[in-house]
Ligand binder design. Structure first.
Ligand code: ATP
Ligand code: MG
Length: 257
């Protein structure tokens, strides 16, 4: 078996993980937010990161996205150690994060948000507006067929939560991240928008962008995830493929820890 490239995750999950976090710990004052946590993301999967309030899910997501530094922890990409100690380094390692209040600039257009900070420039520093507009339209047509996004010139402040998320997803897709972290992306969305975001996650995973889906909605998790990583009180509880568990069992595990 070729061990240098990502292999599609088999039933037994024996593929080289796309990304591995080992022994991650983080303390805030007296609160042990994470204690020796292991977590991995495999190729072509949606992994549900589950656990009750305060389990440490968001802390782990923030560490993986480079905005919080862990006290301890080792990180590997395809088996090789990597540094994810800043947002830029985390992005360079292929990770893009979508928070509920996504880091989009609300007063700027969809197009400018997709390219934010990475705009293609001409000599003298002029932006390649036409190129950006065409690329933005292309991404929006391909990946973001969410109702109401009719033009890349719409301002993000005019968008709904789900539409804004779709823009953030488009940004991740355009810059070819292959790991998308989504921390409670559907908690404030309408049914229609939620369905769209779930479908986008599934499509992305199937096309090579693995997704980490943090949610309290086990029905949503069960529909879209290939595997579940359950945490409680800052620790790992269990990692289980969907084929080996049930909605009832997941609920029990979370309720009893
Ligand atoms: N910036 C911070 N300062 C102090 N304590 C924090 C901070 N961030 C998180 N914590 C604490 O760390 C623990 C884990 O919090 P975290 O936000 O990671 O949980 P979570 O699993 O995302 O919970 P929820 O489902 O409620 O979003 C909690 O006890 C929380 O109070
Ligand atoms: Mg959280």
């Amino acid at each position: 078996m070729n061990t240098t490239d990502a292999q599609p995750a088999g039933e037994n999950g024996a593929a080289t993980p796309l990304f591995t976090a080992q022994g991650v710990s983080k303390t805030y004052g007296h609160v042990k937010a994470l204690m020796d946590v292991d977590f991995e993301v495999r190729p072509n999967e949606v992994v549900g990161l589950l656990g009750d309030n305060g389990a440490g899910k968001s802390t782990l997501i923030k560490i993986l996205s480079g905005v919080v530094s862990p006290d301890e922890g080792t990180f590997l990409r395809l088996g090789d150690p990597i540094d994810i100690g800043s947002r830029r380094k985390s992005e360079a390692a292929g990770i893009q994060t979508i928070y509920q209040d996504i880091a989009l600039v609300r007063s700027m257009s969809i197009m400018r948000n997709i390219f934010a900070g990475r705009e293609p420039l001409r000599a003298l520093g002029f932006l390649r507006m036409r190129e950006m507009r065409e690329t933005a339209m292309d991404i929006l047509d391909k990946y973001v067929q969410i109702a109401g996004i009719t033009s890349p010139d719409l301002l993000v402040e005019e968008l709904s939560g789900g539409q804004a998320q779709a823009v953030a997803i488009a940004r991740a897709v355009h810059f070819k991240r292959d790991i998308l972290l989504l921390d409670e992306p559907t908690s404030a969305l309408s049914i229609r928008e939620t369905e769209k975001v779930l479908a986008i996650m599934r499509d992305l995973a199937d096309s090579g962008v693995s997704c980490v889906f943090v949610t309290h909605n086990l029905y949503h998790a069960f529909r879209v995830c290939d595997r579940f990583a359950i945490m409680a009180h800052g620790q790992n509880v269990k990692s289980v493929p969907k084929s080996e568990t049930t909605l009832g069992e997941l609920t029990d595990i979370i309720m009893t820890h």
